[in-house]
Design a protein around this ligand. Structure first.
Ligand code: GLA
Length: 732
C-alpha cells in the first residue's frame, strides 16, 4: 500500500520506493507538513508539526493564533489570516475582503488517479499509483478545497493539485491559486533553477538560498525561454551522485511562479503555481476551479537520481503519443535550408537527395501559406500558396511519398498577422487593449484563444490541411509572447482570466488534434524552446529544444533540458556551418553526436552542403538506427559538464538492464597538453564485464566507474567520440 492514514496519530503517509511524505492533522484540523525525504520503514510521529513550542510573540497562550499560523508548516497556506509567508490561495469575497481559512473535513484514498478537467496531467493505472484527496472547508466563505496527492511508487514521484469549489451564493475572486507548497526546515539549501533567453534556453543556475523570497517565474503567457517552471532545493555538496534534492516541476504551459522563501524561523517554504500576476478568477456559485498539477521528486542520491526519476515519470505517466516507444522518423526540415525561399521543385530536390542518405521524412517549415514570403504577413490565412507549392499541397505530399519519404508540415495556429485576410475580417480576434495600438512582436499579434470560435477557427485551419493530404507530422509553433492583455470576448470582470483561459484554449485545441489524428507525430515548438514543459509533453512526445543548433551551444541547452526531460523529448538536428545562430564551424561528426542525444534529424540544404558532409549522412542515419532505442528508453547519466569544467562534456545512456552503455564525449577546446583524460563513468553494472565495440578490449563496470576510463586526447576543437560498451559476462 503506497498511501494510508494512521488514525491514532492522525498522519497520512505516502510511500514511494525511496521516499516518504507525511502529512499531519492538528486537533483543530489544520493540515500540516511533517516530513518529505528518504523512505521510512518504521512507525512515525508528528513531532515536526511543533504544536507545543513557544510562539514567536511571547504569549501566555502557546497557541496564540497569529504566531502559530506564521510558523506552522502548512500543506496549503491561505492568505489574509496571519501566515505572512507566501500564501497559496487568496480569496476575496463580495465585500472586497481577502481572507480564507480551511480545516480538515474528510479524506479519500484510492488506487489509480483521476484526470484533471481541461488540463494535462499525469496518469497511471491502479497498480502504478495511489491517490489521497483531503477535503477541507471554509464555513465562512462556504468554499471547499480538495488537496490531491498521488504517489507513483516506482518512479519516486508525488504529484499534487488542488481544486476549489464555491458552495455559497456570492461570486468569489480567486486572486491566487498555487498548486503545491512544501514547508521544510532549512538544510543550508542551495537553489537550482533553469534560466536563459531565446537560443540559450534552460541553463542550470545554482546559488545559496538567502532570507526572503527567491523565485523563477513567467508572466509572458507561456512557460518561456527565460525562466522555467522548475525549482530544486539541494543540500550543500549535492552533485550527480550524492546529496538531498527536493524538486518541483509544473505541468502547465503558461505563467508560473516557482519560489523558495527562507523565513525568520529558518524554515523554508517552496511553492509552485500559476503566477498571480494578472490572474484573477471569478468563482461563481456552484463552480469549481481546478489548478494544474505539480510534480515533486525527492532524491537522497543526488541530481542524477532526480533526473532519472523525472525521465521515467514523464515517459511512463505523461507522454501519451503512440510514438513514445516508437522510432521517430529521421526528418529533414527546410527552415535553415531555405527560410522562406522555397517552392515545390526545391523541396523535391531536397527530398530526393535526402532519401539517398537514409533520411525518412521531409518537413516543410514556415512560408507555404497565404502570401508569406517574409515573417511579416499571413498568419491566420492557412491556405496553400500555390505560387510556391505549385500543383498544390496534395501533389507535393504525393511526390514526396513517391520518393519514399513521409511528409510533415509547420503551423503557427495561435497567431494573427496584422497583414492578413483574417485580421482584416476579424480584428477583434487579436488580443488587444481597446483604443491602444497593440505591441507587435515578429510583426504579429496573438489570437484570443479564450474565445471558443477562435479556437474552432484555428483548429479547423490545421485540421483541414491535415485532412487534405497524407501528413504524418506537425510542428506546432508559437513565436511571440503575450502582451496588451485585452479580450473583446471576456467581460470587464473576467479580463484577468485571459492568460489562463488562453492556455486552456490551447490545450483544448491540441487535445482535439491528437484525438482526430491519433497517429500524428506532433512536435511542439515556441521560437525554439520557449514552451518546453510537461504540459506540452502530454500532447506531443517531442518539443523543439532551441533555435540554436550549434553543437557547442547545444551542450549546455541540452544538458539543462535533459536535467528534467527525457532525451526522447528533445528536438535536436544537425545543421549547416557556419552555424546560423553563432557563426561557429564544428565538425559534421560532432554535430551528429550532439543531435543523437535528442530526436535526431537535419536542418540544412542537403543539395548544397559540402560533399564530405553529405557523405557522412548515411553513416549518421545508420548510427541513429542502431542507437535510437537505447537513447529513447535508457537511463541517462551526466558524467561531466562543459558548463562547469570549461573544457569538455560527457554523458551516457545505459540500457535499463545495463546490457549496453553508450558514452558520448565532446571536447570543446583542444589544449597543447596531449595527455589522456581520466573520466569516471556512471551507469554500468559493476559486476559485469563490457566489451568496447570496435576494439578487442574488455573492461569491468567497476573499473570504469571506480578507476575511470582514459579518454584519448583529441586534436582540434569541437571533436567528439562515441563509445559503445556491450556487456559480455557477469561476475557471480
Ligand atoms: C521559430 C522556430 C523555427 C522556425 C521558425 C519559422 O523560430 O523555432 O524552427 O520554425 O519559427 O518561422
Amino acid at each position: 500500500m503506497a498511501i494510508y492514514y494512521e488514525e491514532k496519530n492522525k498522519i497520512f503517509r505516502l510511500d514511494t520506493k525511496k521516499s516518504t511524505y507525511l502529512i499531519g492533522l492538528t486537533p483543530e484540523g489544520y493540515v500540516g507538513h511533517i516530513y518529505y525525504g528518504d523512505r521510512l520503514f518504521h512507525d512515525v510521529d508528528s513531532c515536526l508539526l511543533r504544536m507545543e513550542e513557544a510562539p514567536f510573540t511571547p504569549s501566555v497562550n502557546k497557541r496564540e493564533k497569529s504566531a502559530f499560523l506564521d510558523a506552522f508548516p502548512m500543506e496549503y497556506p491561505t492568505g489574509g489570516i496571519g501566515d505572512y509567508r507566501e500564501s497559496c490561495l487568496n480569496i476575496r469575497n463580495e465585500q472586497g475582503c481577502m481572507g480564507s481559512e480551511f480545516h480538515y473535513v474528510s479524506h479519500e484514498i484510492y488506487k489509480g488517479k483521476r484526470a484533471l478537467e481541461g488540463l494535462p496531467a499525469s496518469f497511471g493505472n491502479e497498480d502504478e499509483v495511489e491517490t489521497l484527496e483531503i477535503l477541507m472547508e471554509d464555513p465562512v466563505l462556504e468554499v471547499s478545497l480538495v488537496l490531491c496527492y498521488s504517489a507513483f511508487e516506482k518512479e519516486n514521484v508525488i504529484t499534487r493539485n488542488v481544486r476549489i469549489c464555491n458552495h455559497g451564493k456570492q461570486t468569489l475572486k480567486l486572486e491566487k491559486v498555487y498548486s503545491a507548497c512544501l514547508d521544510m526546515d532549512n538544510e543550508e539549501f542551495e537553489m537550482i533553477t533553469l534560466c536563459g533567453s531565446w537560443a540559450r534556453e534552460r541553463r542550470i543556475q545554482r546559488h545559496e538560498l538567502h532570507y526572503g523570497k527567491q523565485s523563477a517565474s513567467s508572466a509572458k503567457g507561456e512557460s518561456s525561454h527565460q525562466e522555467h517552471p522548475f525549482l530544486a532545493l539541494v543540500t550543500p555538496g549535492t552533485n550527480q551522485l550524492q546529496g538531498k534534492v527536493y524538486a518541483m516541476n509544473f505541468v502547465y504551459s503558461g505563467n508560473f511562479l516557482a519560489q523558495a522563501e527562507l523565513s525568520q524561523f529558518d524554515s523554508v517554504r517552496m511553492v509552485m503555481g500559476i503566477n498571480r500576476e494578472e490572474f484573477c478568477w471569478n468563482l461563481r456559485k456552484g463552480e469549481t476551479f481546478q489548478a494544474p498539477e505539480a510534480v515533486l521528486v525527492y532524491s537522497g542520491e543526488g541530481l542524477g537520481e532526480m533526473t532519472r526519476s523525472f525521465h521515467d515519470f514523464y515517459r511512463n505517466h505523461m507522454i501519451r503519443s503512440p510514438y513514445l516507444h516508437k522510432k521517430r522518423p529521421i526528418l529533414i526540415n527546410n527552415w535553415e535550408a531555405t527560410y522562406f525561399d522555397f517552392d515545390t521543385d526545391k523541396l523535391l530536390a531536397i527530398a530526393r537527395e535526402a532519401k539517398k542518405s537514409g533520411i525518412e521524412m521531409l518537413v516543410m517549415d514556415d512560408g507555404w501559406f497565404g502570401e508569406r514570403n517574409l515573417d511579416n504577413s499571413s498568419l491566420g490565412d492557412w491556405t496553400v500558396n500555390e505560387k510556391k507549392i505549385k500543383g498544390g499541397l496534395k501533389h507535393l505530399v504525393d511526390e514526396v511519398n513517391a520518393i519514399g519519404l513521409e511528409f510533415g508540415i509547420w503551423f503557427e495556429p495561435e497567431m494573427i498577422s496584422p497583414d492578413s485576410e483574417l485580421y482584416r475580417k476579424h480584428p477583434e480576434w487579436a488580443i488587444q487593449i481597446p483604443s491602444r495600438e497593440a505591441t507587435q512582436s515578429r510583426c504579429q499579434y496573438v489570437l484570443d484563444l479564450s474565445r471558443p470560435e477562435v479556437q474552432d477557427y484555428a483548429y479547423e485551419c490545421v485540421a483541414k490541411i491535415l485532412r487534405s493530404a497524407n501528413i504524418a507530422y506537425v510542428k506546432w509553433d508559437m513565436n511571440r509572447q503575450l502582451s496588451d492583455l485585452g479580450s473583446s470576448w471576456l467581460d470587464r470582470e473576467s479580463q484577468q482570466e485571459l492568460f489562463h483561459r488562453y492556455v486552456l484554449g490551447l490545450y483544448r485545441m491540441q487535445e482535439r488534434l491528437v484525438t482526430e489524428f491519433p497517429n500524428l507525430l506532433l512536435e511542439n515548438c515556441s521560437g525554439g524552446g520557449a514552451r518546453f514543459d510537461p504540459g506540452m509533453l502530454y500532447y506531443s512526445p517531442q518539443i523543439w529544444c532551441s533555435d540554436d543548433t550549434d553543437a557547442v551551444e547545444r551542450l549546455a541547452i541540452q544538458e539543462g533540458t535533459a536535467f528534467i526531460y527525457p532525451l526522447s523529448a528533445m528536438g535536436a538536428h544537425v545543421s549547416d556551418c557556419p552555424n546560423h545562430a553563432v557563426g561557429r564551424v564544428t565538425p559534421f561528426e560532432t554535430r551528429g553526436h550532439v543531435a543523437l542525444a535528442g530526436t535526431f534529424g537535419y536542418e540544412l540544404d542537403i543539395t548544397k552542403i559540402p560533399q564530405e558532409d553529405r557523405d557522412m549522412i548515411p553513416r549518421q542515419t545508420e548510427m541513429y538506427h542502431k542507437y535510437h532505442e537505447l537513447i529513447r528508453e535508457g537511463d541517462y547519466y551526466r558524467i561531466a559538464s562543459y558548463r562547469e569544467n570549461n573544457s569538455y562534456d560527457c554523458w551516457a545512456v545505459a540500457a535499463k538492464d545495463k546490457s549496453e552503455v553508450l558514452v558520448t564525449y565532446v571536447q570543446v577546446l583542444a589544449g597543447a597538453n596531449r595527455h589522456s583524460r581520466k573520466i569516471y563513468f556512471q551507469g554500468f553494472d559493476s559486476n559485469a564485464l563490457y566489451r568496447l565495440e570496435g576494439t578487442k578490449k574488455t573492461y569491468s563496470g567497476e573499473r570504469l566507474m571506480k578507476m575511470g576510463f582514459l579518454m584519448e586526447a583529441l586534436t582540434g576543437d569541437f571533436r567528439s567520440r562515441l563509445y559503445h560498451f556491450v556487456k559480455t559476462e557477469e561476475y557471480h
